[in-house]
Design a protein around this ligand. Structure first.
Ligand code: NAD
Ligand code: ZN
Length: 344
């Protein structure tokens, strides 16, 4: 089968021909119907050899949807033909976090060698993949896999961050979204769907900002050092209740710091390598700063329901598996509008 693999440190991924995997006891094989490209894939492909810990070759892809194709011994909860999405942040399944569905915060996954698909385990960007346990499969129940696959990360991650700060986002509040790409453009729609906030979106070029307005941002601002003053103007001098930074670089965290209100929150989602100083006086009084990771199993079910009711719609650029390396290149150049999705 074809699989998009990262094989050599510092080089673009390649389309390799590998054996179709067999599901072991308790495992499920999916025939992949769609797999999303995430900027986090670029993060790991940008790591130098001494910091890279995901194994080589690595089949990429941590946003996956598929049809159950074959089940391993003992699997009863799904059957061949079921259409499913893959919950990616796999945990141990036994601790109190996992019991609550918050496998993204499992404290034991690391020491047990449990890694997400595409981020250590063989990923979704292939014709088939193995999912380790049925609890990591969420029914799609007829949702279009190409349109919804990216909700497993580009939807789930902002949803988790927004839900955490939802009590600060009633009607009359302001939310700032920095970076309106894969995660950000879904984040804007989730804010519109579940909060009362006015949404101010920031990005680095006009096309991205036009897209942000199309998906529901009330105001858009070019992301530069003038942005905090403009955000203050739009909020009567008070600042934003919550800033969601989907870039996480030093300049964007600085915008977040300068535009968050007293007692507001910064959700620093992007892994752009930036650092934000905390400690008394480094942010406005009372500000909470959090670096959330992915989301819980029940939150994935919730975000899929937002798609089912038409409240969230991923803007998709569709590619074949052979085009995946080029699509990664486009993502790296900042040219993808919404999410790039590979259909094997
Ligand atoms: P993306 O490339 O689709 O979108 C990034 C957007 O940020 C683009 O629109 C780009 O133009 C914009 N941007 C770049 N520099 C900017 C700046 N200085 N100011 C404002 N906008 C800027 O990426 P994505 O897949 O949406 O991922 C976003 C970030 O979130 C990445 O760092 C990714 O690794 C990270 N991520 C984190 C988690 C988590 O669990 N914390 C999960 C998924 C992705
Ligand atoms: Zn991701």
């Amino acid at each position: 089968m074809k699989a998009v693999q990262y094989q050599t440190i510092g080089e673009l991924p390649v389309v390799a021909d590998i054996d179709i995997p067999e599901p072991g006891p308790g495992q499920v094989r999916l025939k992949i119907t769609a797999a999303g490209l995430c900027h986090s894939d670029w993060f790991l492909m940008g790591l130098p050899a001494e910091m890279y810990s995901y194994g080589l070759p690595l089949t990429l892809g941590h946003e996956g949807a598929g049809i159950v194709d074959k089940v391993g011994e003992g699997v009863v909860a799904v059957k061949p033909g079921d259409d499913v999405a893959v919950y990616g942040p796999w945990g141990c399944g036994r601790c109190s976090e996992c019991a609550q569905g918050r496998e993204n915060y499992c404290p034991f996954a690391g020491e047990l060698g449990i890694t997400p698909p595409g981020l250590g385990s063989p990923g979704c960007m292939a014709e088939y993949m193995i999912v380790d346990d049925v609890r990591h499969l969420v029914p799609l129940n007829g949702l279009d896999p190409v349109q919804t696959v990216s909700l497993t990360d580009a939807g789930l991650t902002p949803y988790h961050a927004i839900k955490h700060s939802l009590d600060k986002l009633p009607a009359g509040s302001t939310a700032v979204v920095i970076g309106t790409g894969g995660l950000g453009h879904v984040g804007i729609q989730i804010l519109r769907a579940i909060s009362g906030a006015v949404v101010i979106a920031l990005d680095v070029n006009d096309e991205k900002l036009a897209h942000a307005r199309e998906v529901g941002a009330h105001h858009t601002i070019i992301s530069d050092s003038d942005a905090p003053a403009k955000i203050r103007d739009l909020t009567g001098g008070i600042g934003a209740d919550v800033v969601f930074d989907f870039v996480g670089a030093t300049p964007t965290l600085e915008i977040a710091r300068q535009s968050v209100r007293i007692d507001g929150s910064i959700e620093s989602v992007g892994i752009g390598g930036g650092v934000l100083a905390t400690g008394f006086g480094s942010t406005p009084f009372g500000v909470s700063v959090r670096a959330p990771y992915w989301g819980s199993r029940s939150e994935l079910m919730e975000v899929l329901e937002l798609a089912r009711t038409g409240q969230v719609h991923v803007t998709v650029e569709q590619y074949s598996i052979d085009e995946a390396p080029d699509a990664y290149h486009r993502l790296h150049e900042g040219k993808v509008t919404g999410r790039a999705v590979v259909v094997p």
